[in-house]
Design a protein around this ligand. Sequence first.
Ligand code: CTP
Length: 394
Amino acid sequence: MLSLKRILLIVDGPGVMTHTAPLVTSLLRQGVAVRVALTESARLLVGDYFTTMLSGTPLVRFPDIPEKILDDSDAVLAAPVSEKLAKTLCEDNWQAAWKRVKGPVVIVPAFLPQEDGADIRKTLSSHGGGAVQWLMADGETTDMGSLGLLDVASPARCLEAAMTALTKRDFAGKRVLITAGPTAEDFDPVRFVTNRSTGRMGVALARMAAWRGADVTIVHGPMSWPVPPHGGIHACPVRNAQAMYDAVMACVAEMDLAILCAAVADFTPIEYSNVKIKKQKNTDGVFSLKMKRTPDILDSIGHATGRHPFLVGFAAESDHVQAYAQAKLESKNCDMLCANDVTKPGSGFAVGTNQVTVFKRDGSVVELPQMSKEDVARRILDIALEGMGRRAAN
Ligand code: CTP
């Protein structure tokens, strides 16, 4: 869990109908205290109790924001605001107010699809680099009902920007590679061999690293867990183990940290049938599939010659967790290995929590308690960052 953070959310116009409820609830779910300031035009559309009930804190009427609220805020998110208000928020009198805020001010302008946003881009970009940041629509359109369409960043993108603004940037400048999810090994046009991984742990790692300022590449198999829409996360979807190997090997040399979290299939069918295999052909009622080993990605990085990133492996085990994990750390030549017992309740596939034990190269072991996968990801990144620092110092 983040240590308690406070955000001031400024909302203007019809965006209060589409963005405010999903944003406030998702920020609260992340443990962030939200104070909402509505402009007159937003207040016309919803009753004053709407945001009070949502956020659990009294409504602030924009522009009368008490200094105490500015002083207490770790970041400001103006989402969405009209083009006119976006420009106003960049003016000198507001710049003075923003100096009171502990962190950045993220402005999310909404404009009509027929406008190209060039004017607002110009205004906002002249304020880049300081406390004011901005998040433009990236091909997203929000349907405001009878009011029509507006181009504005989605609530999910606003959330990612807000969490990034609230998080210490101790991974800024670091390039992080993550593998996630299962792989799917096809043997005819409709059938394949896969496993129970949903990709949730890998996505949590990618997200937490991006919030901390890392430039993240996530190479993932067919996951049931979506990659968050964060500008710092580059998704590289692949289907099978060989494609994951190729995608990882193409970029791993540029990385500072690689966390191999994917449940890569260890075997793939030897033959692929271009037509669907008919069951009637197997007259004895038995179907046999001959499979061969896939490349081991973690092992290949660990034993590659030349520079390689700080290397973190995962081990999903059902028995002898400590012995198998330690053996994998050694044999795959990792800097760190995160093991979990998939038979334990609340640890493993398709659940929101995990219980991981981290085995380090120096022989030390960190047993983490059962936590949400996002909190586990935070702790793994803390331990990896410390290890990277130590490796750089040696
Ligand atoms: N891994 C990999 N490529 C593979 C298989 C595994 O990169 N072809 C990585 C996983 O992403 C994980 C680690 O190796 O970081 C351990 O994976 P795991 O499936 O637990 O172990 P295996 O080496 O496959 O051994 P076993 O299945 O015998 O336990």
